[in-house]
Design a protein around this ligand. Structure first.
Ligand SMILES: Nc1ncnc2c1ncn2[C@@H]1O[C@H](COP(=O)(O)OP(=O)(O)OP(=O)(O)O)[C@@H](O)[C@H]1O
Ligand SMILES: [Mg+2]
Length: 301
């Protein structure tokens, strides 16, 4: 049944053209594939913007039907240390690639989870098997990857998807799944996802399970995010001095959306910038938010 399929997998890009919002990266990587020649690659950037998807597209386009035999995917953070990675790579690299491409591809996800020592070992592994393998490394933060590894790779920095691309993905899914959303709902999805496409598709799927007519309210409630205008309202009420009423609404909002104190303080922090205050007052409020967030993280809430 179609409703048991996870949409992030169902709508995973299958070809270069399906990867949205990373045009400069896609065209360079496609050129490598067209020439059947690939340097080691490092894909850096936030969650859900197409790093793993592009690595898969590279393998599929490079090796066509034989991509499974020539592609090894490992997750640096669940392979319990670099030794497991090394052994698996060694096994994989021992045999020649199948087909007309003279190398295989190792995709190593979450490389920034590796310690310095593990990265040193990875660097040696990359050197040892350059004859038979190309590495595609993925990481959220390129700054956590050792320079000697970075210098061996072509580095690509992925960005959160811009609004128009998020909208076009929403439109495509909506059409396929016969769901309806108005502009406010799309805007809400973009706001809560912050350009993370996986989050867009996941929230959309939960919304669709509740109602095929998706509204702004539904998006916010399933994303466990209060509506920005509600937070702004609470802040304005308290600035007017009506703390009791502000507190009542605040509790109400927290219960309705199932927000933790920490979720809430982060949203308040964002909303402070939209208040009708001078900059000095805004900065002092942000400062307070920071202090409260620190106390919540360090202590109990
Ligand atoms: N640029 C994109 N174009 C189209 N769909 C995308 C894009 N980026 C992500 N998606 C959608 O989100 C899902 C998850 O993306 P992907 O696994 O590529 O993210 P990632 O960048 O590897 O994130 P992470 O850092 O969390 O591993 C994909 O299956 C796809 O449905
Ligand atoms: Mg990934």
């Amino acid at each position: 049944m179609s409703n048991t399929v996870i949409w992030t997998e169902k709508y995973r890009p299958k070809d270069f053209a399906d990867v949205r919002g990373q045009d400069a990266i896609v065209s360079k990587v496609k050129a490598f594939v067209d020439q059947k020649n690939l340097p080691h690659l490092l894909f850096a950037g936030p969650a859900g913007v197409g790093k793993s998807s592009l690595a898969l597209v590279v393998a599929k386009q490079m090796f066509k039907e034989e991509w499974r035999e020539n592609f090894l995917e490992l997750n640096a953070s669940d392979e319990r240390g670099i030794d497991v990675v090394r052994v698996k790579v060694k096994d994989f690299a021992r045999t020649k690639s199948i087909g007309d491409v003279p190398f295989k591809i190792v995709f190593l996800d979450e490389c920034d989870a590796l310690t310095k020592e593990a990265q040193q070992a990875l660097r040696r592994t990359m050197e040892n098997y350059t004859g038979t393998c190309r590495f595609i490394l993925a990481a959220n933060y390129s700054s956590k990857i050792l320079d000697p590894i970075q210098s061996r790779c072509a580095v690509f920095r992925f960005k959160p998807l811009p609004k128009q691309d998020v909208f076009s993905i929403i439109d495509k899914v909506a059409e396929e799944e016969s769901i309806k959303l108005d502009d406010a709902a799309k805007e809400a999805l973009y706001v809560v996802s912050e350009g993370d496409c996986r989050r867009v598709e996941n929230i959309l799927q939960s919304c669709a399970a509740v109602d095929k007519n998706i509204t702004e309210e539904l998006v916010f409630s399933l994303a466990s995010v209060a509506q920005p205008k509600e937070i702004k309202g609470i802040l304005e009420t308290s600035i007017k001095g009506d703390f009791l009423s502000a507190r009542r609404t605040l509790l109400n909002v927290m219960l309705r959306y199932g927000l933790s104190g920490l979720d809430l303080i982060k949203q308040i922090q964002k909303e402070v910038w939209n208040l009708d205050l001078d900059n000095r007052q805004k900065v002092s409020l942000i400062d307070k938010c920071g202090e409260i967030e620190f106390r919540m993280v360090e202590g109990a809430d």
